[in-house]
Design a protein around this ligand. Structure first.
Ligand SMILES: *[C@@H]1O[C@H](CO)[C@@H](O)[C@H](O)[C@H]1NC(C)=O
Ligand SMILES: *[C@@H]1O[C@H](CO)[C@@H](O)[C@H](O)[C@H]1NC(C)=O
Ligand SMILES: *[C@@H]1O[C@H](CO)[C@@H](O)[C@H](O)[C@H]1NC(C)=O
Ligand SMILES: *[C@@H]1O[C@H](CO)[C@@H](O)[C@H](O)[C@H]1NC(C)=O
Ligand SMILES: *[C@@H]1O[C@H](CO)[C@@H](O)[C@H](O)[C@H]1NC(C)=O
Length: 662
């Protein structure tokens, strides 16, 4: 994972440059505040972050809390926009971070200030990008073309690919599959695991006392979505990781998972030598994990011969021969991964080892690269039954500039619910899918519920130009003017709170991601169940979530001193009442707000603080689904654009079921 590391990387000259820029910026700010007050209204955020828990743990919050007792309601520094006094914003920029001295608080050098520094730099970079964008309107020819779905641009791809080991390593251990996979595609890897080597800091296990190194042999094979996004790590659609010498469990194990938007699936599939339970879900009829011989098995391996003999001479009883762990150091293996109807199937040496259901709403053609790395020598790779064509990937082709997808104008009346959707500059397809699905809900079209995307600026200029045009056309994007950075997602949540109370005057504010499907009328029903004058915090709430101190996802005490996190709702969909949002924005503006890298934990902290002065009704439901879609869902997460449209179709037919397709 990315960490915030700033100082050691910033050469002195850059510091000087930054100082210079800051001075300029101050002058500029002063000028702006004198000349054109209020020109920057509305801002916006960026990347969907649901902090799936098995993530490397958070870095410290940005701001050190000065522990002055919360004075919440006595000084409403942040006032609701009174209906009717609404300003027509000429620019769709978030106003919240316009005052950069907001991050100058606690001018100390402790690590709490790291997030501040990162924020400040990102804001400065963002402002520069924005000014550049503003200054070259002339050159902005329509890059976004309105294309019909009958776009005839297709790529032509080979239906099979063969690589030798040396060709493969020359390509940095990446086999590109330009058109992705299709049903029945299969890839075979011939290789051999390398001998274990000592590791002083094994990431997959912790050292016992007295040990200073551990023998490790492991490798990974991944199907990655190379063309899906830029500016962030490609999604790992299938991550297959055999650990020959075991990991913290002490036994050889194969771990399988997915990683989408840089978040690992919360529960990896771990095959540890036990066969999956017979009542567990199968994949195309295959178990998820096959059994293999463990060294703690009751039948020692040498009884094999006896059993074989018994079988030969006609006694049929004992025939469940157990194969050993499929990978052995130094021994050749032939591994095949194939794409079935319900998931990927992996076999080694012709024997089925594991099956992994398609999980996160990817379509098969998105798996455009096979990557191998770790303690393995690859001798050759064969991919076959590949699709020969692929629809164009150009993201802007996803935009469909039709009036019916534009956002309705802001109403003058108070709004029951404002939904802020975290998105990233290049998520054109995701935004379009939301516009065409749940954002077509009657409550949204009639402005009883208002939605906006919160997007930060991208490192690529073309992306920003397209984003700006998209924002101008659809009117549903708020740009948070900082350089998009995965660690700073929490700033977008702040921008959502600010926009929700200042610009929309909403009674309640919901935050979700651009891969969240929201059942809008259910949100309103759930809000109405809470007495009108109560403060509320609704979502899939984690109570007493323990901070992991050891193992793969350990968090140090420095990073999070307490044993548990405060109760917090999972990030992909939660609702707070506007008094809480007001409190958050006021605290932020007076520099008293703790910021934690995990956006959802941050919100839990803030609500907890608010609750000390006015009781908050916490409403928990598992139907705000964190990982995928469940029956009777209120919100579904990790939904691909295709699934969004499918879910919406089903709702239109009065049938709110999941779309767990490939
Ligand atoms: C910017 O923030 C600082 C610190 O909170 C505050 O003192 C100053 O008045 C603010 N400036 C403007 C123009 O709001
Ligand atoms: C796009 O589709 C519309 C009808 O849906 C059609 O009238 C138009 O000619 C098409 N444009 C192109 C470039 O094919
Ligand atoms: C797409 O179709 C149009 C007309 O049907 C044709 O002029 C154009 O060359 C085609 N483009 C490609 C890339 O095949
Ligand atoms: C909510 O309203 C009820 C009845 O109007 C009142 O008794 C109660 O004190 C109010 N609660 C809060 C927290 O204001
Ligand atoms: C909120 O405050 C109430 C009363 O002050 C307290 O009983 C409750 O435990 C608090 N809830 C949380 C989640 O902190």
């Amino acid at each position: 994972m990315k960490r915030v590391k700033l100082d050691p990387l910033v050469p002195v000259t850059r510091l000087k440059l930054i100082q210079g820029l800051m001075t300029l910026l101050l002058v500029y700010l002063l000028f702006m505040s004198l000349q054109i007050p209020l020109i920057f209204k509305t801002g916006n955020g960026f990347v969907p972050v649901d902090q799936a828990l098995p993530m490397p743990r958070p870095r410290p919050l940005l701001v050190k809390n000065d522990e002055s007792e919360p004075k919440l309601l006595d000084k409403p520094r942040v006032s609701h926009r009174s209906p009717g006094r609404r300003m027509r914003e000429t620019k769709r920029l978030s106003a919240l971070f316009f005052n950069e001295s907001i991050f100058d608080a606690v001018g100390s050098v402790d690590e709490f200030s790291l997030l501040h520094k990162a924020s400040k730099e990102a804001l400065m970079a963002g402002k520069k990008l924005w000014e550049e964008l503003e200054s070259d309107k002339i050159q902005a020819n329509p890059i976004i073309v309105n294309r019909n779905s009958t776009d005839n641009r297709t790529e032509h791809c080979p239906t099979s690919i063969t690589l030798t080991g040396s060709e493969f390593s020359a390509r940095n251990w990446m086999l590109e599959l330009p058109c992705g996979l299709t049903l029945g595609s299969h890839i075979t890897v011939v290789g051999s695991p390398r001998w274990a080597h000592p590791e002083k800091d094994p990431k997959i296990a912790s050292l016992l006392e007295g040990e200073n190194e551990l023998m490790v042999s492991q490798f990974l094979m991944e199907l990655q979505g190379l063309k899906t996004v830029d500016g962030e790590d490609p999604p790992r659609i299938l991550h297959f990781n055999p650990r020959l010498k075991g990991d913290w469990s002490g036994k050889p194990v194969i771990e399988i998972n997915t990683c989408y938007r840089m978040h690992w699936g919360r529960t990896p599939l771990r095959c540890e030598g036990w066969s999956s339970d017979t009542d567990e879900e199968t994949v195309d009829g295959q178990v998820k994990c096959e059994r293999w011989l463990r060294d703690d098995d009751p039948y020692p391996e040498d009884s094999k011969a006896t059993r074989w003999l018994n079988r030969l001479i006609g006694r049929k009883k004992e025939i469940d021969y157990q194969w050993p762990f499929p990978f052995v150091e130094g021994k050749l293996f032939v591994l095949t991964v194939s794409a079935g109807l319900e998931g990927y199937h992996i076999s080694v040496g012709g024997r089925h080892i594991t099956s992994f259901p398609y999980r996160t709403g990817f379509v098969l053609e998105e798996a455009t690269g096979l990557y191998l790395n770790g303690d393995v020598d690859v001798h050759s790779i064969f991919a076959a039954s590949l699709p020969s064509s692929h629809p164009s990937f150009a993201p802007q082709h996803h935009l469909e500039m039709f009036k019916k997808w534009q956002a309705p104008p802001l109403p003058n009346a108070q709004v029951e619910l404002f939904i802020g959707v975290l998105s990233a500059g290049n998520h054109f397809a995701e935004r379009m899918a939301l516009r065409k699905s749940w954002m077509q809900h009657k409550l949204i079209r009639t402005s009883e519920v208002v939605t906006r995307f919160f997007v930060a600026l991208n490192g690529r200029r073309e992306t920003n130009m397209e984003l700006k045009k998209e924002a101008d056309y659809f009117g549903d994007i708020v740009i948070v003017p900082y350089m998009d950075n995965y660690d700073l997602v929490v700033l977008k949540t702040l921008a959502i709170c600010e926009y929700g109370i200042q610009t929309v005057a909403a009674k309640n504010i919901m935050k979700c991601d651009d891969d969240t499907f929201v059942r809008v009328e259910v949100m309103i029903e759930e809000i109405k169940k809470v007495p009108r004058n109560r403060s509320l915090y609704i979502g899939n709430i984690n109570y007493l979530h323990r901070v992991l101190r050891s193992g793969k996802w350990a968090v140090t005490f420095e990073e999070w001193p307490e044993e548990v996190y405060p109760p917090y709702a999972n990030g992909p969909g939660y609702i707070i009442s506007s008094d809480i949002a007001q409190f958050i924005v006021a605290e932020f503006q007076s520099q008293k707000l703790n910021l934690f890298k995990m956006e959802d934990v941050s919100m839990g902290m803030w609500v907890e603080k608010f609750n000390t002065s006015k009781p908050v009704q916490y409403v928990h439901s598992l139907n705000y689904c964190q990982s995928g879609c469940i029956e009777d869902y209120f919100t579904a997460h990790y939904q691909s654009p295709r699934q969004m449209l499918c879910l919406w179709d089903k709702i239109q037919q009065g049938n709110p079921e999941c779309c767990n397709m490939r």
